[in-house]
Design a protein around this ligand. Structure first.
Ligand SMILES: Nc1ncnc2c1ncn2[C@@H]1O[C@H](COP(=O)(O)OP(=O)(O)OP(=O)(O)O)[C@@H](O)[C@H]1O
Ligand SMILES: [Mg+2]
Length: 275
């Protein structure tokens, strides 16, 4: 489903001084405009602290906007009633960077993946048995098995935990996934497997991705469009091939120059086994 970010500005603070202070606070996002077309895989790239996570939090209404609007299929997310916001969150899910911090250590994998089905039980009227069947189906979709069902997060590797995070995100049958650095906490070899999985799921389920990374190699592998953010401002956006071949901004050129090997055929993601 399409997402439009219109003139979004987010200012944190000011820390003290209030209205008498000249300090307006910290401008984490400055007049950001983006259109994420339905079915696309849209990348957002920028260095640490550039405002990527702040933007996802603004999209999901985990932060209020200072200015601007966020439209999902034309509906203003920040104008929804709490009930409609909850319904929308079933369709618009997020996979977090850190699979260690984002899974509750005291819950079994079954309960972690089933939780969204309980949160949205008005949308998914399932018996306990049907819910467990759905959890198993989700685990299989991400390459895990029934023997994993009643284990706890600490019994899994980083890559497996991220698969659990993905299964959980898919539970409510979303059509849009925000992926905030989903592979950057993982070992490089595991990264490739998880990226291949995400690529396959997008094809199979017809998902739209908003994919955040500071790694241009990852963006090139998974995305068809990309926007570059620097200190809260978008510096350029367009089709991946165009931005990689003819970057317009000095900042993008610098990012590209810092890439280990700009040849996509030599990317490790091309050579990894499919999952
Ligand atoms: N709640 C907050 N209050 C004040 N400043 C904040 C808050 N949240 C984020 N910031 C600041 O906003 C800026 C952008 O942070 P953000 O987390 O969006 O960056 P990022 O691009 O996701 O970085 P990374 O790649 O490290 O995840 C940072 O300077 C951060 O310190
Ligand atoms: Mg971040």
């Amino acid at each position: 489903m399409s997402l439009d970010i219109l003139n979004v500005t987010k200012i944190f603070g000011p820390a003290r001084g209030g209205i008498l202070s000249r300090d307006e606070g910290f401008r984490a996002l400055d007049d950001v405009n983006l259109h994420v077309p339905k079915g696309s895989s849209f990348g957002l790239v920028g260095e640490s602290g550039s405002g990527k996570t702040t933007l996802t939090r603004c999209i999901l209404r985990l932060e209020n906007l200072t200015r601007g609007r966020v439209l999902y299929e034309g509906t203003d997310i920040h104008g929804l009633t709490p009930r409609d916001l909850r319904r929308l969150r079933a369709r618009l899910q997020i996979v977090f960077q850190d699979p260690y911090a984002s899974l509750n250590p005291r819950m079994t994998i079954h309960d972690i993946v089933a939780e969204p089905l309980l949160i949205h039980r008005d949308l998914f009227r399932l018996s306990a048995r049907q819910r467990s069947e759905r959890v198993l189906e989700l685990l299989e979709q991400v390459g895990l098995r029934s023997e994993h069902l009643f284990r706890y997060p600490h019994e899994f590797s980083g890559g497996q935990r991220q698969r659990i995070g993905i299964a959980r995100a898919l539970a409510s049958r979303p059509d849009f996934l925000i992926l905030d650095e989903p592979t950057s906490a993982l070992d490089v070899s595991v990264q490739a497997d998880v990226l291949n999985l995400l690529h396959r799921l997008q094809q199979e389920l017809g998902l739209t991705y908003f994919f955040i990374s500071h790694d241009l190699g990852v963006i090139r592998y998974i995305c068809d469009e990309v926007a570059v953010i620097y200190r809260g401002k978008l510096v350029e956006q367009g089709p991946v091939a165009e931005i990689f071949d003819r970057p317009r901004s000095d900042y993008t050129r610098m990012l590209l120059a810092a890439m280990p090997d700009p040849d996509p055929d030599k990317s490790p993601f091309r050579q990894s086994p499919t999952v």
